[in-house]
Ligand binder design. Structure first.
Ligand code: PMP
Length: 389
């Protein structure tokens, strides 16, 4: 069945399944010093190296978490509380301003909101995006220059709904100049564009967007960046994230990172499927609107509006044809409210409400793309016939 919802969760790669099933046969706790414990530890440290390589980081900068929701929360809370701690002892300024892009994932938006509500003296500010979904870097520059107090800026490397890519190098330079800390949510971008954790203080990842398992992710932290642990208990992961490591999940995560780096042709294959999809869809239904098409975009994502139809109806009709896509962000689907990402781009509610997200990945083919197009064409002609009747 054509599965075109990789930005929600990518299918598990065969090499990840193998790594996971092998790890499940290892009995030991990675913290135990005996042979079985050492075997488990080797799996964790091997995966840490593979994940670090994916984002040009050092293995000891990688903290495994239960996913990117936890990694984003750890970065935001850990940075703000860490700067308070260090501010008292090492004269590092407290963070008083949190900047979030208007199109961030809810795990960043909601955590940042909670930090601002619960930590005295911290204010939350939203950075707008252009109509193409590109962060307004000039607005951020002015806000950083004009306001007082140390800032933490949270920006995603690529948007999960539109695939629009941000210039992390420019934003990084701006943050360094202003003495601001930078958190990059690299969940959607990982494996699809080159990433350099050296450009930011905190970077977050999630295995299931890469073809690894769900329920495991990572926070990559720059050496010396403030970070107060949010889960305490055992001393795992240098005390920064207590809890026995998710051995099989971490093994699968490492295998996913390795698979991405090992297959040099994967990106071009995915790009060609997406190009085929958009060409065929434009030819069949010329009135479609592709959001973010004028901006740098990941090669796997199409957020398309079909004027006259509604997102929910499209997703259901395609599902009946055995074709799986998403209505906007999977985390917000089920809700009637239009996507906050499209709203932030100035898209009118009616057009936003006619949009779907089609996202390809490692196992996608032109046949998958053709199935989406065929199903959409059938639906559109049925709607036309109904309107004419
Ligand atoms: N950030 C982005 C951009 C995402 O798309 C997601 C998952 N929808 C998350 C963070 C949260 O990741 P996880 O599912 O691993 O908690």
């Amino acid at each position: 069945m054509p599965y075109c919802d990789h930005n929600a969760t990518a299918p598990l790669r065969p090499s990840c399944r193998d790594a996971i099933t092998h790890a499940l046969t290892v009995t030991g706790n990675p913290s135990s010093v005996h042979a079985h414990g050492r075997a488990a530890r080797a799996i964790v440290e091997n995966a840490r190296e593979q994940v670090a390589r994916l984002v040009a980081a050092k293995p000891d900068q990688v903290i495994f978490t239960s996913g990117a929701t936890e990694a984003n929360a750890l970065a935001l809370w850990g940075a703000v509380e860490g700067a308070i701690d260090q501010g008292e002892t090492e004269k590092v300024a407290r963070i008083t301003r949190l900047f979030v892009g208007a199109i961030e994932h809810s795990s960043v938006l909601k955590s940042a909101q909670a930090v601002a509500e619960r930590v005295a003296g911290v204010r939350l500010e939203t950075v707008p995006v252009t109509v193409e979904g590109v962060l307004d870097v000039e607005a951020l520059r002015i806000a950083l220059r004009e306001g007082k107090g140390r800032a933490l800026v949270a920006v995603m490397a690529a948007n999960n709904e539109t695939g629009v890519v941000q210039s992390i190098a420019d934003i990084s330079a701006l943050c360094r100049e202003a003495g601001a800390l930078l958190l990059v949510d690299a969940v959607t971008a990982a494996g699809k564009i080159d990433l350099d954790a050296g450009l930011c203080d905190y970077l977050t990842l999630s295995a299931h967007k890469l073809g690894g398992p769900q329920g495991v992710g990572a926070l990559v932290v720059r050496d010396g960046a403030p970070l107060v642990p949010q889960l305490t208990g055992g001393g795992q992961q240098k005390g920064l994230r207590a809890g026995t490591e998710n051995l099989s999940g971490i093994a699968g995560f490492g295998a996913a990172a390795k698979a991405v780096l090992a297959d040099a042709g994967e990106r071009a294959r995915i790009a060609s499927v997406r190009a085929h999809f958009e060409r065929a869809l434009r030819a069949a239904l010329p009135r479609i609107v592709i959001f973010g098409a004028g901006a740098p975009r990941l090669d796997n994502t199409s957020n398309v509006a079909l004027p006259g139809l509604t997102s929910e109806n499209i997703v259901i009709a395609l599902d009946l044809d055995g074709v799986m896509v998403s209505s906007g962000s999977s985390c917000s689907s089920g809700k009637i409210a239009p996507s906050h990402v499209l709203s932030a781009m100035g898209v009118a509610d009616e057009l936003a409400g006619a949009s779907i997200r089609v996202s390809f990945g490692w196992d996608s083919t032109n046949e998958d793309a053709n199935a989406v197009v065929a199903s959409l064409v059938k639906l559109a002609s049925r709607a036309r016939a109904r309107a004419a009747a």
